[in-house]
Design a protein around this ligand. Structure first.
Ligand code: NAG
Ligand code: NAG
Ligand code: NAG
Ligand code: NAG
Ligand code: NAG
Ligand code: NAG
Length: 345
């Protein structure tokens, strides 16, 4: 509050003065700028690592000696430099101000600095805290990892910054992108499922600069599971295609059998093509002997599974005991029940 403020509101100045007398009389206690007593230092100084900090101390002509101290070490006494640190320079030593500057501030510079003055043989000090901020930075994070389904996984994300950053984990491949899976440096997943595979993002956040964000890929291995294997009809002389679809991590390898005989490329008239999760068995020119029961086997390092697929001719109702035959059985049951009801009637 300036003099103008005091003229306008004298009672407020009185209250402020009383409060200051109550709390700030002991020497060495931080003195806020605008205080009536000398020396006057500024409020705490906050700078980012690498920037420069200016420490100002307001004095008057009664002052006979001045010095800036870092803890109990003298940096400057008057115009004499005591510090051997070439980052520390004097900015001004006038009748009204005594200031120094610290270039390229680092975290170990953080702490209390003292402006010490002597007025009429009375030493007085004022203290200012230099606060050094550091943008968030992830310093160590788990590498991409591959695990088997059901095992436990711990992801780690260690971050540095000042103030200390908050660390959170998100599952990016998850359906809800915003869901935090952990609000901690460690993310623990016990009994991991295939749905929990994908990318995990660690963010380190403080209010100094933009968050630091890194990703970790978690691959979950699981044995093959055949999701699609449909019986297929084809007429003699035409093309016939059997398809087998399996999901697995790592990707499954496929084999085709007819009864106990393994089919292979190069055998007359057939071609096997496997790409990703799909394998197809193609008959270029279907003949009677091709009809029958085929087995598709999907294998990866965690196991194998198989499914039967029938290649049938026109007129044949082959559904491998599946939907159509179940519908037929159901209809039959109904017919029987209906017949009995009618008889009972
Ligand atoms: C202040 O003191 C600390 C602790 O002794 C030291 O590490 C740092 O370099 C000093 N900073 C300056 C600017 O003198
Ligand atoms: C200056 O910083 C110190 C240490 O962080 C703190 O205790 C003090 O309250 C701060 N003073 C002001 C005026 O912000
Ligand atoms: C990261 O943390 C791991 C586990 O604590 C440790 O083995 C590794 O040495 C650390 N890496 C770095 C670069 O600090
Ligand atoms: C398919 O096979 C039959 C009998 O082997 C043969 O007569 C016919 O020409 C073949 N068709 C084609 C398109 O190769
Ligand atoms: C298909 O799976 C069954 C049951 O797991 C197994 O007994 C059979 O040997 C498998 N058949 C082939 C051809 O791998
Ligand atoms: C096809 O063969 C498999 C085993 O080889 C058998 O379990 C299945 O019942 C057969 N399907 C038909 C319709 O014969």
């Amino acid at each position: 509050m300036g003099v103008g403020g005091c003229l306008a509101l004298p009672w407020r100045c009185l209250v402020v003065l009383c409060l200051r007398l109550l709390f700030l009389v002991p020497a060495g206690v931080p003195v806020r700028s605008g205080d009536a007593t000398f020396p006057k230092a500024m409020d705490n100084v906050t700078v980012r690592q690498g920037e420069s900090a200016t420490l100002r101390c307001t004095v008057d002509e009664r002052v006979t000696r001045v010095a800036w101290l870092n803890r109990s070490t003298i940096l400057y006494a008057g115009n004499d430099k005591w510090s051997i640190d070439n980052r520390v320079v004097i900015l001004s030593n006038t009748k009204t101000q005594y200031s120094i500057k610290i270039h390229n501030v680092d975290i170990y510079d953080e702490g209390p600095y003292t402006c010490s003055v002597q007025t009429d043989n009375h030493p007085k000090t004022s203290r200012v805290h230099l606060i050094v901020q550091v943008p968030p930075q992830i310093v160590n994070i788990s590498s991409d990892i591959t695990v088997n389904e059901g095992s436990s996984v711990t992801l780690m994300c260690l971050a540095f910054g000042r103030p200390e950053p908050t660390v959170t984990w998100r599952h990016l491949s998850g359906k809800v992108r915003q869901t935090f899976v952990s609000e901690d440096e460690y993310l623990e997943i016990t009994g991991i499922t295939r749905e929990q595979s994908g990318e995990y993002e660690c963010s380190a956040v403080n209010d100094v600069a933009v968050p630091d964000v890194r990703k970790v890929k978690v691959t979950v291995n699981y044995p093959p599971y055949i999701s699609n294997a449909k019986n297929t009809g084809a007429s003699v002389g035409q093309k016939g295609i059997l398809q087998c679809e399996a999901s697995a991590v790592p990707v499954a390898e496929f084999q085709w059998f007819k009864e106990d005989t393994r089919l292979a490329n190069g055998l007359e008239g057939v071609r096997i093509e496997s790409k990703g999760r799909l394998s197809t068995l193609t008959f270029f020119n279907v003949s009677e002997k091709d009809y029958g029961n085929y087995t598709c086997v999907a294998t990866n390092q965690l196991g194998n599974t198989n499914a039967s697929i029938i290649l049938y001719g026109p007129g044949a109702v082959h559904d491998g005991g599946n939907a159509a035959s179940r519908v037929a059985a159901g209809l039959c049951l109904w017919a029987t029940l209906l017949a009995r009801l009618l008889l009972d009637f």
